[in-house]
Design a protein around this ligand. Structure first.
Ligand code: SF4
Ligand code: SF4
Length: 264
């Protein structure tokens, strides 16, 4: 991980590092989106390595590492080992890091065919056959779901790790968020297909509150009963291909959604 001379740590605050692997950067941006809390956060931690925000960096070890993105290249498979060794606690942020992301669709196809179709000189491309979550490579201390993650949940997780307590992140479904907000169920009211009953809470039932079905951005909840949901999705008008498509997005690599979509 050496890359020139780093800045000197003040040694007064816990060191926070943010790492990027195969991803769109949207989850890292959630940290910068914490407009009201960002200054307080920057005062509480030393931003030791966060290339989305600053070129300044401080050598590890780091008290907390936030890891965005999935592992898709041999180089990244080595780099995540370095990150783990340099981190006291490691938290993955977002669907890419926790489930392999939408790029995990490659896991169900021939990646060499994609490479040959996209690149003029495929010989220069070094890639793995599958996109895998960080937990498939190193020990992960906590996984924060979402595509992108929710900035309030991120703040909760960072605060919890800095204070040595368990993050207060609910493991229930999006349906519980509809009930709490008083959002009318789009499936019951309009027959709209919705993945909310099997999807991890965290978005605040964003899509149902705008009369749309849940897309499953936050991945499978703790005990997802996808077998019970599929007949309901079919009754709402989805054919078999439609069911495969709704489970084949950001969290297609999460086992319950892989299976529900008929890919395993
Ligand atoms: S989980 Fe979604 S928002 Fe976050 S980096 Fe991956 S694609 Fe981007
Ligand atoms: S709209 Fe979706 S998430 Fe909300 S209660 Fe109905 S099924 Fe559950």
């Amino acid at each position: 991980m050496a890359r020139g001379e780093g800045a000197v740590s003040t040694g007064e605050r816990p060191k926070l590092a943010v790492w990027k692997f195969a991803s769109c950067d949207g989850c890292q941006l959630s940290l910068l989106d914490l407009e009201d809390e960002l200054l307080a956060l920057a005062g509480a931690v030393e931003l030791a390595d966060f290339r989305e925000a600053t070129s300044r960096y401080v050598e590890g070890p780091y008290d907390l590492s936030l890891v965005e993105g999935s592992i898709t290249t041999p180089h990244d498979a080595e780099r995540i080992q370095d990150v783990r060794r340099a981190s006291k606690a490691l938290v993955t942020i977002g669907a890419c890091a926790t489930a392999g992301g939408v790029q995990a669709l490659r896991n169900f196809a021939d990646v060499d065919e994609f490479v040959a179709a996209v690149y003029a000189s495929p010989d220069y491309i070094s890639t793995l056959a599958a996109s895998t979550p960080i937990s498939a490579h190193v020990q992960v201390d906590f996984e924060l779901n979402g595509c992108p993650i929710d900035k309030r949940q991120l703040l909760e997780v960072v605060g919890a790790f800095l204070h040595g307590r368990k993050p207060g992140i609910p493991s229930t479904s999006v349906c519980t968020e509809c009930k709490r907000r008083g959002v009318v169920c789009v499936t019951v009211a309009h027959g709209t297909p919705c993945l909310g009953p099997v999807t991890h809470a965290g978005c605040g039932a964003l899509c149902p509150s705008y009369n749309r079905g849940c897309y499953g951005c936050f991945g499978p909840m703790e005990t997802p009963n996808t077998r019970a949901l599929i007949p309901l999705l079919r009754a709402c008008g989805l054919d078999q291909r439609g069911v495969q498509r709704v489970f084949g997005t950001f969290n297609v690599g999460a086992e319950p959604f892989t299976k529900a979509g008929g890919r395993a």
